[in-house]
Design a protein around this ligand. Structure first.
Ligand SMILES: *Cc1c(COP(=O)(O)O)cnc(C)c1O
Length: 374
C-alpha cells in the first residue's frame, strides 16, 4: 500500500522518518545479501553483530558518551527500568533509600515501583497538579540516598527540565524516554540514563540504558537476571535474544539523526517546532490554554485545552475531527488529562508542524468570538 500523506503527532510509538521505513522495506526480504530478513536472523551472526555494534557506536558518537559508560539495549520498556533502577542501584548505600523528584505521571510511577525495594523520599511536597517543577532551592535531598531520580520530560503532562539537577555527590538517574537525543546533554553528569526507543529514536521493543561502569555489580540479590545491568554489560546486551529488529530500526534512525546534523541540529529544529505551537497558544487570548509554567514547557509534548481553561470538550472534539480530515492524527491528549497533546519528536518535520500551526490559526479564527489582540 502507498504511504498516505498522514501527519502523525502521537506520543509513542511515534512517527519514524519515512526514509527509515523505506530502507527497512527495501532490506526486509534480503538483508545485506544474506537472503533472509533481520526478523529471521540469529542474534549471534556476524551481520547482526555489525548492526548492534554500529548502533552502539553511533549512540556514543551522537551523545559523546564517555569511555567509562556502558551502553545497553534491553527489553521491558521504560517501565522495566522503573524496576531495574532500584533493583540495581538502591543498594549502593546501606540505607537503601532513594530520592525522587516527581513532576508527572511517569516519575510518579517510577517512585511507586521503587518503594518495593527500599525507602523512597520525594524531595518536595506532593504536587496537586503536574504543571511546574518545584524550585530546586526547596528540595530536601538526602545525602545518604543511593541515587536521585527524575524524568527529564514528562510525556503526559508536558513538563520538561531545562537544567540538570545538582545532586552534590549523589548519583543522578534520569528517564529520558521522551526527549532522548532531542538536544545535546552532558552524559558525565549522570550515573544512569535510560530511554525507550519508541519516542525519539526508533520503534517499541528496545530500551537504551547508559550506565557508569562503577555502578555495575551492586544489584540486590533478588534482581532478576534479565534486569541485571552487569550481566547485560558483560554480554554486550546479548545475554538472551535481544529485540533484534527494534535494534536494527534504531540503528537506521541513529544514522538518520547523524545525517541530519546530530543532537545540535535536533535541538534547533525542536526549538523551532515547539515555538510554532506555543506562539499560537500565547496569542490566542486564552482560547488555547497550556497549563504548564512557561519555564518548564516541554519542547516534545505540548498539552493544551481549547475554549476555556478546563477545556470545552465539544470544541476539542471539533478540533480533532477537523485535524483528522486534514490527515493530522493522534492529537488527543492523554486520557488522564484530556484536551489536546501535540508530540513533536525528532522525526516530526518543520513542515508537519507548520501545517498544524496553520490549522490552529484557522480554527482560532473560526471559533474564537472574543477580541483577539495581535
Ligand atoms: C513512554 C514513557 C515511558 C514508558 O515506556 P514503556 O516503554 O511503555 O514502558 C516511561 N517514561 C517516559 C518518560 C515515557 O515517555
Amino acid at each position: 500500500m502507498e504511504k498516505k500523506n498522514t501527519v502523525h503527532f502521537g506520543a509513542g510509538p511515534a512517527k519514524l522518518p519515512p526514509s527509515v521505513l523505506i530502507q527497512a522495506q527495501r532490506e526486509l526480504l534480503n538483508y545485506s545479501g544474506t537472503g533472509i530478513s533481520v526478523l529471521e536472523m540469529s542474534h549471534r551472526t556476524s551481520e547482526f553483530t555489525k548492526i548492534i555494534n554500529t548502533a552502539e557506536n553511533l549512540l556514543r558518537e551522537l551523545m559523546n558518551i564517555p569511555e567509562n559508560y556502558k551502553v545497553l539495549f534491553v527489553h521491558g520498556g521504560g517501565t522495566g527500568q522503573f524496576s531495574a533502577v532500584p533493583l540495581n542501584l538502591i543498594g549502593l548505600k546501606k540505607d537503601r533509600c532513594a530520592d525522587y523528584i516527581v513532576t508527572g505521571a511517569w516519575s510518579e510511577r517510577a517512585a511507586k515501583e521503587a518503594q518495593k525495594y527500599g525507602s523512597v523520599n520525594v524531595v518536595h511536597p506532593q504536587l496537586d497538579t503536574y504543571t511546574c517543577i518545584p524550585d530546586s532551592s526547596t528540595w530536601s535531598l538526602n545525602p545518604s540516598a543511593s541515587y536521585v531520580y527524575y524524568c527529564s520530560n514528562e510525556t503526559v503532562h508536558g513538563v520538561e527540565f531545562n537544567f540538570i539537577p545538582d545532586t552534590k555527590d549523589v548519583i543522578l538517574v534520569s528517564d529520558m524516554s521522551s526527549n532522548f537525543l532531542s538536544r545535546p546533554i552532558d552524559v558525565s553528569k549522570f550515573g544512569l540514563i535510560f530511554a525507550g526507543a519508541q519516542k525519539n529514536i526508533g520503534c517499541a521493543g528496545v530500551t537504551v540504558v547508559i550506565v557508569r561502569e562503577d555502578l555495575l555489580g551492586k544489584a540486590l540479590r533478588e534482581c532478576p537476571i534479565i534486569l541485571d545491568y552487569k550481566v547485560q554489560a558483560e554480554n554486550n546486551s546479548l545475554y538472551n535474544t535481544p529485540s533484534c529488529f527494534s535494534i536494527y530500526i534504531m540503528k537506521l534512525v541513529l544514522e538518520w539523526i547523524k545525517g541530519n546534523g546530530g543532537a545540535e541540529a535536533m535541538e534547533i529544529l525542536n526549538r523551532q517546532k515547539s515555538s510554532l505551537i506555543y506562539d499560537i497558544i500565547n496569542i490566542s487570548n486564552g482560547f488555547y490554554c497550556c497549563p504548564v509554567d512557561v519555564q518548564c514547557q516541554s519542547r516534545m509534548n505540548v498539552p493544551f485545552r481549547i475554549g476555556k481553561k478546563e477545556g470545552d470538550e465539544s470544541l476539542e472534539k471539533l478540533f480533532l475531527d477537523g485535524a483528522s480530515k486534514l490527515g493530522m492524527i493522534s492529537l488527543k491528549g492523554h486520557r488522564s488529562v484530556g484536551g489536546i497533546r501535540v508530540s513533536l519528536y525528532n522525526a516530526v518535520t518543520l513542515e508537519d508542524t507548520q501545517a498544524l500551526s496553520a490549522y490552529m490559526k484557522d480554527f482560532l479564527k473560526d471559533h474564537h468570538h472574543n477580541e483577539v489582540d495581535h
